[in-house]
Design a protein around this ligand. Sequence first.
Ligand SMILES: Cc1cc2nc3c(=O)[nH]c(=O)nc-3n(C[C@H](O)[C@H](O)[C@H](O)COP(=O)(O)OP(=O)(O)OC[C@H]3O[C@@H](n4cnc5c(N)ncnc54)[C@H](O)[C@@H]3O)c2cc1C
Length: 484
Amino acid sequence: MAEILIIGGGVAGLSAGIYAQLSGHHATICERQALAGGNLTGWQRGDYHIDNCIHWLTGTNPKTALYQMWTELGALGKVKVHQPNTLYTYEEGGVCLSVHFDLDKMQEELLSIAPEDEKEIKSLIKAVRAVQSFKKLSGEKRNVFLRELQALPRLFRYYRMTTGELAARFKNPYMQGFITSMLGEDFAALALLIVFATFCGGNGGIPVGSSLAMAKRMTTRFLNLGGTLMLSKEATAISEGETGVQIVEFSDGTMLTADYVVIATEPNVAFEKLLGEAMPTDMDKRYKNPKMPRFSSIHCAFACKTDNLPFHADFIFKLPKKEQAALKTENLIIREYSHEKAFAPEGETIIQSLTFCNETTCREFIEMRKNPIKYRAKKKELAQIIQNAIERKFPQLSGKLQLIDVWTPATYHRYTNAEIGSYMAFLLPSKTLPKKLNNLVKGRPRVILASQWLQSPGGLPIAAQVGKDAILRINQKEKIKKSI
Ligand SMILES: Cc1cc2nc3c(=O)[nH]c(=O)nc-3n(C[C@H](O)[C@H](O)[C@H](O)COP(=O)(O)OP(=O)(O)OC[C@H]3O[C@@H](n4cnc5c(N)ncnc54)[C@H](O)[C@@H]3O)c2cc1C
């Protein structure tokens, strides 16, 4: 059995660690932060808990293969799952359109607001149902080959479109805004259908306790299986000894050796910083492909009373032009956490905002953070703009929001080492299938990649799967037959 050293204790690293232990190896996870989980995290600000990650967790439906994986990883199983009635509501000019859990209700609502788009709306809903019948996309265990075959032509139409192109097919302006409000205009339309299908299929709920609680459960699972976790341990270089032994150096001046190293960080860190070599061509192409940009976001958290909360789950609205310019985005996404009683004192909850940033804006924040006074002032300015926008949208919240925290792409950059603070992989454009890149490193047979960056658009299930894939690769090399 092999000694495996895993660099990075996010979901990919934890998954690799758990599957290594289940395969009979011994795994050590080295994580540079004081906590495992990576982006799957949350933090405390006084009496309030801020959740960083889960908007929806694909794989909460017990009938799916993904659920089985989450259960093996200790992430799901005995945990209660919160199922919101809506994934998000888009509001413009007083008109609200929601992604309802109930697809019939969603179709009815969309048709009542945009009867002129009946054909497109019905086609969209049929395509969502087609995705639900698709085994590979829904993660279903049973064989549904015939249903899949029938679904293909319906999906092919959307495969060729971006979300912006899909929106342009609707005549009704509210429908156009609804389609692009969550993922923007450049994502593959198919990705949006997958999100809708996942949520409406009861396969995208939120485990109670959300991100930090899930990270802690996965960490406990790893430790209970006998794995070793080293926190505040930042790897700086990986080399190979004469006998093939892998030598990892750390920022604290220590060194560890292992039979295999699994790198569960952004490839940028893996190649340029740790291995000291150029990025492989196929990965480098993704970094340079303008159709596959990375993104991050700015967030604010506000405390507020729960009585008369004017919206539920995620709520998206168009900002006035001046605020669009200041925030460099068209829409403001806000969500409330009243379903999580432990996140705030009784009678209160947290409202969090999210505004997406492109690569240029991310770099500006990372640069600005080098000047703490300027960075702090910018965060204060942004928080005020966001608070004003929320209070104008919901006058009943006026004077009732208390700012708890503000974080930016620079926060994600500092926390996870990701170059521009991106927390998903490359954007998935249209006419592209989410092809997984090879997890091997040329000339380094005992170094395996386990990174969400191997498959667009990333996300928790992909991180968990690539962690498992890395161990399957090692098992193959070690000729271990045991199935995991
Ligand atoms: C606001 C937000 C909302 C999200 N919503 C969702 C959602 O609803 N559903 C979903 O599926 N996904 C969501 N995601 C994405 C999800 O969080 C990520 O896809 C996932 O956590 C990636 O896991 P990972 O292990 O690949 O990477 P990371 O979480 O980035 O983990 C990498 C780890 O490596 C560590 N590391 C880096 N360099 C070193 C080094 N040199 N030495 C040691 N350790 C190192 C980092 O500290 C980090 O802990 C969201 C993310 C954010 C931020």
